[in-house]
Design a protein around this ligand. Structure first.
Ligand code: ATP
Ligand code: MG
Length: 662
C-alpha cells in the first residue's frame, strides 16, 4: 500500500500528521511545509481507515485545489484518492446547492452567473437607472455589490444611491432568471446548512474530516459555513499564515485564524518554524519587510538552505526595457540549464502584463498566464458555452438569450422581448415559451418560422447526445451547420485575432470532449467553467512555459526563479491602498511574492511607465527602502546592458569634445 513517507517530515509536521481527531490549527510562515503537512495528513486519514468520500479539503483557487489533490493521489494512488473532495469554497457550495437549493426557494436547475454575463446585466442596468450618459463603471458597481453581499449587508444600504438602486435591480434580475452569482453561492450554501437541518446532517455525515488550507483568507461568511459543516467532534484542521492574508478587500478576517479557539474550542496548535523553500538571502529580505507591519504575531522564517545568491534589485529606465531585460535574463539562465517552467514573473496589476507578453512572444518563449483574463470569459467562448448549455438544459434563460440570435438567424429584438415578457407573465422559462403554441401564434410568419427552426435544431442535437453521440462531436457539427466560425471570423479585424479566436473555439470544443471522456456531465462541465471564469486561475496548466502570474494568484505556489516586476509607488503599494488605509495588506502581498522564490529572486522598478500610450514618470516603491540591504545587490539597466553601449557613448562623448575644441 503506497503511503506517505513520514521521514520526509520534521517533528512538528509529524505531530500534525498523527493528531487526526478534533480541531487542529497549524499556524506557520511561508514555505514551512503547511500544505505538504496537510496533504500527508489526508493520506494518513485514509491509512487510518477513514473513507475517501468522508474527507474534504478546501482551499482558495482551483489551481491550488488541483495541486493538493495531485499530491495526495501521488501518495495514496488514484484508486483510493479518487473519492476525495478537494475543492474551492465556491465549488463546495455548488455541490451543496445542486442537491439542496430548493430548500432556500430556488429551482434546482439554477444558473451560475459570472464574468461577462454579469457585466452585461450591470451595464444595462446602469443605463436603465442612470441614463445613457452615466459614467459609472460596471466593475465598480460589481465590487460594491460584492462587498455588501459578502458582508451580508442589505443592498439597499449601499451608500451611493444609484449603485444601491442598480444593486437591487440586479438581484431581482438574477432571481427572475433563477440565477445566482459567486457571492450568492456562498451565502446560499451557508444558509442551507444553517436553516435546513436535514441538509446539514447530510453534509456533516458526508464530510467527517475537513481541512482548510490558506485559512487566513476566510471571511466571516466562510467561517460560519465551516462551523455549520463541522459538527462535534470537530474533526477540522486549518492551516494558514496571518502574514499572507491578502484578501482583506474581500472581507477576509485574520481573527478567524488568530482566534480559532473561539470557534472550535481546545484545538491542538502546531507551529512550524523552518522554511524549506527559499534560500537564506530570500528569507532575510522577506523577514525585513514583514517586520514593518504592525499588529502581527511576531514570527521569523528560519532558513534550512543557508546563503544563496543575493536578491537582485534592478533599476530600469522604462517598462519596455524591463520586459526586454527579463526576457533576456530568462534566455541567458536557460542556457545554464534551467527549464522554462522554473521561471515565474509576478505582477501586481493587469496593466503590467501586455509588455511582458509581447516581449516573450517576440522571442517565441512559451508562457502561461494565471490570474489575468480568463479563457472562459472570452466572448466567443461564452457563445460556445451558451450552445453547450442548450444541449444540457435549454431552460437556462441566460444562455438561451445569449445565443438565440448569435449568429443572426432572423430572431430580432422585438421577438426576444416578446418571449421574455411571455415567460415572465407565465412564470416559465424562455425555452418553454418558445415551444408554446399560443406564443408562436402572436408572431409574424417569418419570426415564427425562425423560432421553430431554432427549436428544432436544439432538439435534434440534444437527441443525438441522448442517442450516444459524443457531445464534443455534436457541438462541433452544430457550430458548423450554423456557420459559427465564418460568422466569427467576419468580425475580426486582424489575422492575429482570427487565429486567436479560431484556436479558442477549437480549444473549447476540445474541453467539452475531454470532459465527457472523463465522464463529466455537460452541466458539471458548465458549472466548472463558470467557476473557472472567476479571476484567479486560468486552467492552462497543461501548457508549459514561463509562468506569468498575479501576486494574488501566486499564493501557495513556488518557483526556482522569480521576477517581481514594477515595484513602483502606486503599483505596489497600489495607489488605492493609501486612500483606503490598506498599506499593510500591500506589504503582505509583496511578502507573498518574495516568499515564492526558491533560489533566485529579482525585483525590478522603472523610472517611466507607459500609461494610455504616454510615458509617465514613476517613483520606486517605498517598500524597497524597508528591505535588508545586506542581502540585496542593487543594479541598473544601463550597467547591465553592457559594454558595447558604453563604448559608443564614450565615442560620442569624445567626438563631442573634439567638435568643441575645433
Ligand atoms: P505557503 O505558505 O507558501 O503556502 P507552505 O507552508 O504551504 O507554504 P509547502 O508548499 O507545503 O509550504 O512547502 C514548501 C516547500 O518545502 C515545498 O517544496 C515542500 O516540498 C518543502 N518541504 C516541506 N516540508 C519539508 C520537510 N520536512 N523537508 C524537506 N522539504 C520540505
Ligand atoms: Mg501552502
Amino acid at each position: 500500500m503506497a503511503g506517505f513517507d513520514i521521514s520526509a517530515l520534521n517533528r512538528a509536521q509529524r505531530e500534525a500528521v498523527t493528531w487526526l481527531d478534533g480541531p487542529v490549527l497549524i499556524l506557520a510562515g511561508a514555505g514551512t511545509g503547511k500544505t505538504r503537512t496537510v496533504t500527508c495528513r489526508m493520506s494518513a486519514l485514509l491509512e487510518n481507515g477513514v473513507a475517501a468520500r468522508n474527507i474534504l479539503a478546501v482551499t482558495f483557487t482551483n489551481k491550488a485545489a488541483a495541486e493538493m489533490r495531485e499530491r495526495v493521489i501521488e501518495m495514496v494512488g488514484k484508486k483510493r484518492g479518487k473519492d476525495l473532495t478537494v475543492c474551492t469554497f465556491h465549488s463546495l457550495c455548488v455541490r451543496i446547492l445542486r442537491r439542496d437549493i430548493e430548500s432556500v426557494g430556488y429551482k434546482k436547475n439554477f444558473n451560475i452567473m459570472a464574468g461577462g454575463d454579469q457585466v452585461g446585466i450591470i451595464r444595462q442596468l446602469i443605463v436603465r437607472k442612470g441614463g445613457a450618459r452615466e459614467k459609472l463603471k460596471p466593475a465598480e458597481v460589481m465590487s460594491e455589490i460584492s462587498k455588501a453581499k459578502s458582508a451580508e449587508l442589505p443592498l439597499t444600504g449601499i451608500e451611493d444611491r444609484l449603485i444601491a438602486e442598480i444593486a437591487v435591480a440586479y438581484q431581482n434580475e438574477l432571481r427572475a432568471q433563477n440565477s445566482i452569482d459567486f457571492d450568492d453561492l456562498l451565502l446560499l450554501g451557508e444558509r442551507i446548512l444553517t436553516e435546513d437541518q436535514a441538509a446539514r446532517d447530510y453534509w456533516r455525515d458526508t464530510f467527517r474530516y475537513v481541512t482548510v488550507d490558506e485559512f487566513q483568507d476566510t471571511n466571516s461568511l466562510q467561517m460560519r459555513l465551516i462551523q455549520q459543516l463541522v459538527g462535534p467532534p470537530h474533526h477540522i484542521c486549518v492551516v494558514g499564515d496571518d502574514d499572507q492574508s491578502i484578501y482583506g478587500w474581500r472581507g477576509a478576517d485574520t481573527t478567524n485564524i488568530l482566534q480559532f479557539e473561539t470557534f472550535f474550542p481546545n484545538p491542538k496548535v502546531i507551529r512550524l518554524e523552518e522554511n524549506y523553500r527559499s534560500t537564506e538571502a530570500v528569507l532575510k529580505v522577506a523577514n525585513s519587510l514583514i517586520k514593518k507591519n504592525t499588529g502581527r504575531r511576531e514570527k521569523e522564517l528560519k532558513p534550512t538552505i543557508m546563503g544563496g545568491d543575493l536578491v537582485r534589485l534592478v533599476a530600469m529606465p522604462g517598462d519596455d526595457e524591463e520586459a526586454e531585460w527579463i526576457v533576456q535574463e530568462i534566455l541567458n539562465q536557460r542556457e545554464e540549464g534551467r527549464a522554462l517552467e522554473d521561471f515565474a514573473i509576478l505582477f501586481r496589476t493587469n496593466g503590467q502584463i501586455r509588455k511582458m507578453e509581447n516581449a516573450l512572444r517576440e522571442e517565441k518563449i512559451p508562457y502561461r498566464m494565471v490570474g489575468a483574463q480568463s479563457f472562459y470569459d472570452r466572448k466567443e467562448i461564452r457563445d460556445v458555452l451558451g450552445y453547450v448549455q442548450l444541449l444540457a438544459d435549454p431552460e437556462k434563460d441566460i444562455a438561451l438569450l445569449r445565443v438565440l440570435n448569435t449568429p443572426p438567424r432572423g430572431i430580432g429584438q422585438n421577438t426576444t422581448m416578446l418571449a421574455l415578457e411571455h415567460s415572465r407573465v407565465n412564470d416559465c422559462s424562455v425555452w418553454k415559451t418558445l415551444i408554446t403554441e399560443s406564443f408562436l401564434a402572436q408572431l409574424s410568419t417569418k419570426a415564427g418560422g425562425a423560432i421553430t427552426k431554432f427549436v428544432r435544431q436544439v432538439e435534434d442535437h440534444q437527441r443525438m447526445i441522448v442517442d450516444g453521440k459524443a457531445p464534443g462531436v455534436v457541438l462541433d457539427s452544430w457550430l458548423r451547420e450554423m456557420d459559427f466560425l465564418p460568422w466569427l471570423m467576419k468580425q475580426c479585424k486582424t489575422d492575429k485575432e482570427r487565429d486567436a479566436r479560431n484556436e479558442a473555439v477549437s480549444q473549447a470544443i476540445g474541453d467539452v470532449t475531454a470532459a465527457s471522456q472523463k465522464g463529466q456531465s455537460l452541466q458539471d462541465f458548465l458549472d466548472k467553467t463558470a467557476l473557472d471564469a472567476d479571476k484567479n486561475d486560468d486552467d492552462l496548466d497543461k501548457k508549459s512555459g514561463v509562468t506569468l502570474i498575479t501576486l494574488h494568484a501566486s499564493k501557495g505556489l513556488e518557483y526556482p526563479v522569480v521576477f517581481l516586476v514594477g515595484l513602483e509607488e502606486g503599483i505596489l503599494p497600489h495607489k488605492r491602498s493609501t486612500e483606503e488605509g490598506t498599506k499593510d495588506e500591500e506589504r503582505r502581498l509583496l511578502y507573498v511574492g518574495i516568499t515564492r522564490a526558491k533560489e533566485r529572486l529579482t525585483m525590478t522598478y522603472c523610472a517611466t511607465r507607459t500609461k494610455w500610450g504616454k510615458k509617465e514618470a514613476c517613483e520606486e516603491s517605498s517598500f524597497l527602502r524597508e528591505l535588508d540591504l545586506d542581502w540585496i545587490e542593487e543594479e541598473n539597466y544601463d550597467d547591465l546592458m553592457g559594454e558595447e553601449a558604453s563604448d559608443e557613448e564614450l565615442r560620442g562623448f569624445f567626438s563631442g569634445i573634439q567638435e568643441a575644441l575645433q
